[in-house]
Design a protein around this ligand. Structure first.
Ligand SMILES: [Mn+2]
Length: 274
């Protein structure tokens, strides 16, 4: 399997600094923070990936723009930023971008769940068309119901995909979210296997692998059994409050870097053993 990590967990430091950290531990890819200002010179960004031999495996989702908001102006703004990022994703030579269909941090409907579900479907379908034109696969991240209110488990994500009925949409699941939502994470992996385009890993408390109580043996085994050969994106966070903020203390970056090193070592050992 190939290994990547989510850039945001280092608090948005310059890209080159994060690439230097990743190079030390043999990462293959990086998942990027979706902010247009970070990509003013896309040629220069591409040259950094070449310099470090690290691939842009994914453009992350725009977390706080709301694709299912009942207010049309807010929805339009979210659609525009997603279009902009899809365009940039193409320009930097990346072929996947994440989406959550609503806003991360909004845990309840504003109008009604039924209406917002449909608004989310309409927005994601429209963007999936646009993404296809950019040569980018649109990937839904299933994020637990303490953070989002649309497709927060695999059941609902599969229903959302069925309603979308669009071939340019795939799924990403995350061990931290699954440990909250799914009765059985391995069963969830098997259910989405043919649509699985990326896979996030952090432990049950969102720290690095080995610092919580998820058993990663059956998870890695299930991924192998279904023939998953995409990226594992590591997304450990430093301990502390506010799940949407990466830097929680003076030593947060050091903590996260140590987690990355440990996590990739443990996961490679498990891969070799299963
Ligand atoms: Mn994730």
């Amino acid at each position: 399997m190939k290994y990547s990590m989510t850039q945001w967990i280092f608090g948005g430091e310059p890209l080159e600094q994060t690439l230097q950290r990743l190079k030390k531990y043999g990462f293959d890819g990086i998942e990027l923070i979706p902010e247009p200002d970070r990509f003013k010179d896309t040629k220069q960004v591409r040259s950094l990936f070449d310099k470090y031999g690290i691939e842009p495996s994914m453009m992350d989702l725009t977390p706080f723009h709301d694709l299912s908001h009942p207010d049309e102006a807010q929805r339009k703004e979210a659609i525009e930023i997603n279009k902009k990022m899809l365009q940039i994703t193409n320009e930097i030579g990346c072929n996947k971008m994440l989406v959550c269909g609503t806003a991360v941090g909004r845990i309840a409907a504003i109008s009604s769940y039924e209406e917002e579900w449909q608004l989310g479907v309409d927005s994601v379908r429209l963007l999936a068309d646009y993404a296809a034109k950019q040569g980018v696969l649109f990937v839904m991240e299933v994020i637990n119901h303490y953070e989002t209110c649309l497709y927060y488990n695999v059941d609902r994500a599969l229903q959302f995909m069925a309603d979308l009925d669009h071939e340019n949409v795939a799924i990403m699941i995350d061990t931290y979210h699954m440990n909250i939502e799914e009765e059985d994470s391995c069963r969830a992996i098997r259910r989405v296997a043919d649509k699985l385009a990326n896979f996030h890993i952090s432990d049950s408390n969102r720290l690095g692998v080995g610092h919580g109580h998820i058993d990663f043996f059956p998870i890695v085994k299930a991924l192998k059994e279904v023939g998953y050969d995409g990226y594992i994106g590591l997304e450990p966070q430093a301990p502390g409050p506010n799940p949407f903020e990466a830097i929680k203390a003076d030593d947060s970056k050091e903590t996260v870097e140590a987690y990355l090193k440990e996590s990739i070592d443990i996961l490679r050992a498990i891969e070799a053993a299963v």
